[in-house]
Write a protein that binds this ligand. Structure first.
Ligand SMILES: *Cc1c(COP(=O)(O)O)cnc(C)c1O
Length: 445
């Protein structure tokens, strides 16, 4: 028997889908370089394997929020260009300079700290100046831009800094007709032109996030910074579904049903008894809760595919568990049956967007908040694994009649069997199965 936490719950990360998404995005922004944004553990998908897959598919840059995230990429052996943008005083500037990271500077305090770190390291820091063109969040105010540019140019002349980028971030790119979009683009052009007149010669000028990369070609400049779209999620359902942009969701969240039981009419279900059975029925227990990132706000609403049908969370989502009502004829569902909370939608399962709708939030938040207790199982880590089980012995998931992939062969049960074979018996895994934060746990690997 196989004992692995991933049989309670697991998030499968389809790296073949991620690579295809990166290619689709590059085709959408053909004149720009592509930065795959891998902050916050690659939006919950596992930073290092996702970063490697994005680079393999042609992403030229990686982007993170914090310097610690960027340094973790380096610690994992990932080279190339990495920009990190969320700094606070006393941050690891010296480490960042020595690790050849591109660092964002939004104010004079940050320029002073990075210049000092570069001087101490005897290196030239790669600095990207960020302007606030209207988002009202990070970035240098236009009124302060001249001072920041002058100081950065002086540091460049002194050899401590090289201005590698000029950049900004859009507030309403998911609403293409919003007047702020054109206003931000035109102010960005002005601020870039000013810095260039002052002698800055950036390698990249950039402002586009996923929605802008997908819908606003005039925003692409030299680079697009795509996050959510890399993971196959549409930045906004109003803009279109993932498939409308040639994207496919990368994460599938599954659990094993922990208990199936018949209960009488009038039985309260879960804390507070917000759900009461209308008649005699069969309940199924799904062993995931808000500690795993299942939003409590989706109590009574969140959709789950169990036994071939969509069910709704019955009553409250608890810390570790929730219940679904399988109906009076629910017994064909047994303990160990698969509950698919969300996935690509190709096999009839809900999507992260469906959970976002149920919890009044955005799909970004659904995938990003999946808890650390849920193992991430990375599938198709290498290009040659893209096949569908014809080469028995190549990589995880290709044995045991696995039915995952893009051709609709097989089904969810077959996928479960494939995982069992790959993880427990080590059958033919030459690349290994990556679970959690980077551990390779394939006995046969
Ligand atoms: C997160 C982030 C992105 C990526 O945004 P998506 O909408 O996920 O593509 C780009 N730029 C900055 C500054 C960000 O913080």
């Amino acid at each position: 028997m196989i004992h692995d936490a991933s049989f309670r719950a697991r998030a499968e990360i389809d790296l073949a889908a991620l690579r295809a998404n990166v290619r689709a995005l590059r085709a959408r922004a053909p004149r720009a370089a592509l930065m795959a944004v891998v902050k916050s553990d690659a939006y919950g998908h596992g930073m290092v394997p996702c970063a490697k897959a994005a680079l393999a598919a042609g992403a030229q840059w990686l982007g993170t929020a914090t310097p610690e995230e960027a340094l973790a990429l380096r610690a994992a052996g990932i080279g190339g260009r990495v920009l990190c943008w969320l700094w606070t005083p006393g941050g690891p500037w010296r480490e960042a300079v020595e690790a050849d990271l591109d660092v964002s500077v939004s104010g004079m305090w940050a320029l002073r700290e990075v210049t000092r770190a570069a001087a101490e390291a005897g290196r030239t820091a790669r600095v990207q100046l960020k302007a606030d063109t209207g988002l009202g969040r990070n970035g240098c105010q236009p009124a302060d831009w001249a001072e920041l540019v002058a100081a950065a140019r002086a540091a460049e002349e002194a050899g401590t800094v090289r201005i590698t980028g000029l950049w900004s971030h859009l507030a309403c790119a998911d609403d293409p007709g919003h007047p702020s979009v054109a206003a931000q683009l035109s102010l960005f052009r002005e601020l870039v032109a000013y810095a260039e007149r002052e002698g800055a010669a950036p390698e990249v000028r950039h402002i586009a996030n996923s929605p802008a990369a997908l819908t606003l070609p005039e925003s692409h400049f030299d680079l697009v910074r795509t996050g959510v779209a890399v993971y196959g999620i549409s930045p906004s359902p109003e803009l279109g579904a993932p498939a409308d942009f040639g994207l496919r969701p990368v994460m599938t969240l599954r659990a094993s049903v922990a208990l199936v039981k018949r209960v009488p009419a009038g039985h309260g279900v879960s804390y507070g008894h917000h759900y009461v059975t209308g008649g005699e029925t069969v309940l199924g227990l799904v062993p995931m809760g808000y500690a795993d990132g299942i939003p409590r706000h989706a109590s009574g609403r969140g959709p789950v595919l169990v036994g071939g049908e969509w069910r709704r969370v019955a009553g409250r989502v608890a810390m570790d568990q929730f219940v679904v009502d399988l109906g009076p004829g629910g017994e064909p569902v047994e303990e160990g049956a698969e509950a698919v909370l969300f996935g690509s939608g190709d096999r009839g399962e809900p999507t992260a967007q469906d959970w976002a709708d149920a919890a009044d939030t955005i799909a970004y938040e659904i995938v990003t908040r999946i808890g650390a207790r849920v193992p991430r199982v990375h599938l198709h880590e290498h290009e040659h694994e893209h096949g569908h089980g014809h080469d028995g012995g190549h990589g995880y998931g290709h044995d045991g009649g696995h039915g995952h992939g893009h051709d609709g062969v097989g089904g969810n049960d077959a996928m479960g069997a494939g995982i069992g074979a790959g993880m427990g018996l080590g059958a033919g895994t030459d690349e290994g199965v990556r679970v959690g934060t980077g551990a390779v746990t394939a006995p046969g690997g």
